[in-house]
Design a protein around this ligand. Structure first.
Ligand SMILES: C[S@@+](CC[C@H](N)C(=O)[O-])C[C@H]1O[C@@H](n2cnc3c(N)ncnc32)[C@H](O)[C@@H]1O
Length: 487
């Protein structure tokens, strides 16, 4: 094997310079983008280029120093001297709009890295200052009342966190019999809610009132400002953290709903648990919980309407399907077939796990549940197994249309109507504008949904379709339901 095959090269074949390269000169850099200037004989010149050993400056013919002369040369930036040397004038070359005069340093070399470092620092500082000024002036342009509310809330949250963290640390250091323990901390939180929750809910309401009519050009600044001041504390509550982080890639997943329905006592610290409890009591959370009772009632009404037949119910965007879990637990002998549709396999897995435990010993005519991983898009494209889904007595979608633009919502409505049996009922839910949690969802949690009025809901119904239609709401008044009865 040859030396070249072993090392990939041969020393004896290394190339030197060619032509003018043979006279080695240290690397030259373009000086035109740099803010430095050269000061020579009381005059200031822009840099054309520079190297460790010399530089070129842009001159007018009248300014050119005598060829061969030796001068004091300084490189400066905004009055600060970064290099000083004796320099000899060595050439003058025509260039666009004048001449480039070359000078060689005679008594020292230039630390080019220093110039680049200073330039980078200048650029970084300029950008940072401009960004901060922008940020601060956008924040200053927000309504003073809104800024004050956010600042007050920060103070309140910090005060509660500090007190509860202190208490927890004390308890951790105390002998076991004196510590808070699981039961003690739950009992304590039950009592602390009285002091914390009303103020938190009031903040959420006032925040909504102050942000609901923000001009579009102020909305980004509002998001930045509010997040900068509150998100670190708010996201200590698991429900806020998950809603904001969106680990499944979209807002309002099944687990956030599950937190609202059941898991109110979660968190890594007393403060996190208190905040999580409070967050499960905001209007949107109460509305989500309240629709469980509404949907159960609708299923029961449908059972009466279709008494004697096995009831066929389809939930689109089923999420945690809390209402189905409760119905199955409460009526284990009821002849009901539920089809649960969601695009998210984790949501379906959650439902399947919980429901299969409840359905372990179903009666001969008891409930059964079928799971379909299908998206709205797939439903609209008529993907199989749509045949299996046809002939439903009741179809509903809760917490799904709030994310669908009107054209898609209308098309979905038509597709769902086609799956109803004659005499069947379609119920479509959507949050109303009156929800006072809009501000915190939008500006702090990046949880954007489409709110609709009663008229907006009725406008979704395609014309001409012969249907009985009306809009109703569950007990909080926040979930509007468009109810369509097929003839
Ligand atoms: C806010 S949750 C509501 C869940 C449930 N209906 C409830 O009331 O608790 C919305 C659910 O819709 C599902 N979803 C969102 N967009 C969807 C789409 N394009 N196709 C199918 N499911 C969708 C999500 O995966 C999520 O489980």
């Amino acid at each position: 094997m040859s030396v070249q095959e072993i090392w990939g090269y041969r020393h004896s074949l290394l190339k030197g310079g060619r032509g003018s390269e043979v006279r080695f000169r240290p690397e030259r850099y373009d000086g035109r983008g740099l803010p430095f200037r050269a000061r020579v004989a009381g005059q200031s010149f822009a840099l054309a280029d520079f190297s460790r050993g010399g530089l070129g400056v842009f001159c007018q013919p009248s300014e050119v120093p005598a060829m061969g002369s030796e001068l004091k040369l300084e490189i400066e930036l905004q009055g600060e001297i970064h290099f000083c040397a004796r320099a000899g004038v060595v050439h003058s070359t025509p260039s666009v709009g004048g001449l480039v005069v070359g000078m060689a340093f005679l008594d020292r070399t230039l630390d080019v890295d220093h110039l680049f470092a200073v330039h980078a620092a200048v650029q970084t500082a300029q950008k940072l200052i401009a960004d901060l000024q922008n940020e601060l002036s956008s924040a200053a342009a927000l309504p003073a009342e809104l800024r004050a509310l956010v600042a007050d809330m920060r103070l309140v949250l910090e005060a509660w966190r500090n007190k509860l963290d202190g208490l927890e640390a004390q308890s951790a250091n105390a002998p076991a019999s004196r510590g808070l323990g699981k039961q003690g901390s739950r009992a304590l939180l039950d009592r602390l809610e009285v002091g914390f929750v009303p103020g938190f809910l009031d903040f959420v309401r006032r925040f909504d009132a102050l942000t609901c009519e923000l001009a579009p050009e102020s909305q980004a600044a509002c998001r930045d400002f509010c997040k900068a001041h509150l998100l670190d504390l708010l996201s200590l509550a698991p429900v806020h953290r998950r809603a904001y982080q969106k680990p499944l890639g979209y807002a309002g997943d099944y687990l956030v709903m599950h937190y609202f329905y059941i898991d109110h006592d979660l968190g890594d610290s007393l403060f996190a648990r208190l905040l999580h409890r409070a967050s499960c009591q905001v209007t949107a959370a109460r509305a989500v919980s309240s629709r469980v009772g509404y949907l159960k009632e609708k299923v029961r009404q449908a059972r009466q309407r279709w008494a004697g037949s096995r009831l066929r119910v389809l939930s689109i965007g089923c999420g945690a399907a809390q209402e189905v879990q409760e119905l199955v637990a409460e009526e284990p002998q009821a002849a009901m077939s539920f089809s649960l549709v969601d695009q998210d396999s984790q949501a379906l897995d959650h439902c399947q796990r919980r429901l299969s435990a409840l359905l372990r010993e179903p009666g001969p005519d008891g409930p059964e549940v079928h799971y379909y991983r299908l998206s709205v898009l797939q439903l609209l494209r008529g993907r199989a197994p749509l045949d299996a889904l046809a002939g439903q007595h009741l179809i509903y979608a809760a917490g799904l249309f709030d994310y669908l633009e009107s054209d898609v919502a209308q098309r979905l409505l038509v597709a769902l109507l086609a799956l109803l049996a004659p005499g069947g009922r379609l119920i479509v839910g959507n949050f109303d504008f009156s929800c006072d949690t809009r501000g915190i969802m939008k500006y702090l949690l990046d949880w954007d949904i489409i709110y609709r009025s009663r008229d907006d809901m009725l406008d979704l119904v395609p014309e001409p379709v012969s249907l009985q239609r009306h809009v109703e709401a569950e007990s909080t008044g926040i979930n509007l339901f468009l109810v369509l009865d097929k003839e």
